[in-house]
Design a protein around this ligand. Structure first.
Ligand code: UDP
Length: 329
């Protein structure tokens, strides 16, 4: 059955891959974005509603009398460093924006929401792998706002008004370069795109943030999950909500940990040449190891990551070359 979904933040990295997956599954997608960080080229061919979710009146009038079978909510500010410098912007955009969206959703009787959450809600890990029962102690404003957004959804669910799944991503990476989609943030802070931008010849330093952690090679370990695997989990989560309803929080990760040095080596293999880098001090707030226990997503959604590090890095490199061409235009 073809359904019609609203995708907030659908011009962004993960949202635009979800739009592709929806269309691939014969659904219809309408993108809602303020284009503060999203890209217009990523929405070509799709209906777009341009509105800032902080503006309740504008949101209400843009969505008046619209019917959607559910909402995928990605629209959020997502830079950890920036969130500490601009906490009000993050709370207004992420938390107030979500309250506004939920208000309009309830007015229009849309009762299913899949929310883009993050492993940042856990804060400093207290175990080797992180399951959903891990204490919730975000250590930055970004994580605090994502936790508040989960809590808003939970409260609205308890009121009997909304079924929701909060998907806590670990490190989203990779791309669908054949569809001209991939990661493009300015400034870019994430490891894999930073390494590949350097490999593509950008005149920028590439720094490993700390090699004195208590890990086998001294650099931080993360769980990288392919963005196409993430998109599939969203489809399954929405389908499950339509079947069973409820409120769920689920980790999405590959359950494999790779160190910064291992990522660098994987990128060098894909690119076929050494990538110049230096070693710098630790970045504030980086835990040594963050790896998901994604067992609950397996049980509840029948989902698991199917694409490994090779596919992540190869697709990210193809995309980086495409991105360089787009940037040069
Ligand atoms: N990292 C790094 N150099 C960079 C970007 C990131 O060494 O230019 C490290 C970072 O300290 C962390 C890991 O790579 O240990 C993943 O960082 P990223 O920002 O990609 O994701 P995060 O885990 O912070 O969400």
């Amino acid at each position: 059955m073809s359904l019609h979904y609203l995708v907030t933040g659908g011009a962004g990295y993960i949202g635009s891959h979800l739009v592709l997956a929806l269309v691939g599954a014969q659904h219809q997608a309408t993108v809602l974005d303020d284009f503060s960080t999203g890209h217009r080229w990523a929405t070509e061919g799709h209906e777009v509603i341009e509105v800032d979710i902080r503006d309740l009146a504008a949101l209400r009038s843009a969505l008046l009398h619209r019917h959607f079978d559910g909402v995928f909510h990605f629209a959020a500010k997502s830079l950890v460093g920036e969130s500490g410098q601009k906490p009000l912007l993050y709370y207004q955009n992420n938390v107030t924006g979500t309250a506004n969206l939920l208000e309009v959703a309830l007015e229009n009787d849309w009762r299913h929401c899949v929310f883009s959450s993050t492993a940042a809600v856990y804060g400093s890990p207290q175990s080797a792998v992180i399951a959903e029962e891990h204490p919730l102690n975000p250590v930055n404003v970004y994580g605090e706002t994502k936790l508040a957004m989960e809590q808003l959804l939970s409260a609205v669910h308890k009121q009997g008004a909304m079924h929701a799944v909060c998907l806590r991503y670990f490190n989203a990476a990779g791309a669908a370069p054949d569809a001209h989609r991939g990661e493009w943030h300015e400034p870019e802070t994430h490891l894999i795109p930073n390494v590949l931008r350097k490999a593509a010849g950008e005149a920028r330093p590439l720094t490993i943030f700390g090699d004195d952690y208590d890990t086998p090679d001294g650099t931080c370990i993360r769980d990288y999950i392919h963005v196409l695997d993430l998109a599939q989990a969203h489809l399954k989560a929405m389908a499950m909500l339509h079947r069973e309803g409820g409120f769920h929080t689920l980790n999405l990760g590959s359950e494999a940990g790779y160190s910064v040095r291992e990522i660098l080596r994987a990128c060098e293999t894909t690119v076929g040449q050494p990538i110049t880098h230096d070693i710098g001090p630790r970045r504030q707030g980086d835990p040594p190891r963050l790896v998901a226990d994604a067992g609950r997503a397996g049980q509840i959604l029948g989902w698991r990551a199917t694409r490994g590090l090779r596919e992540i890095v190869d697709s990210a490199w193809l995309w980086e070359q495409e991105r360089q061409r787009l940037q040069a235009r």
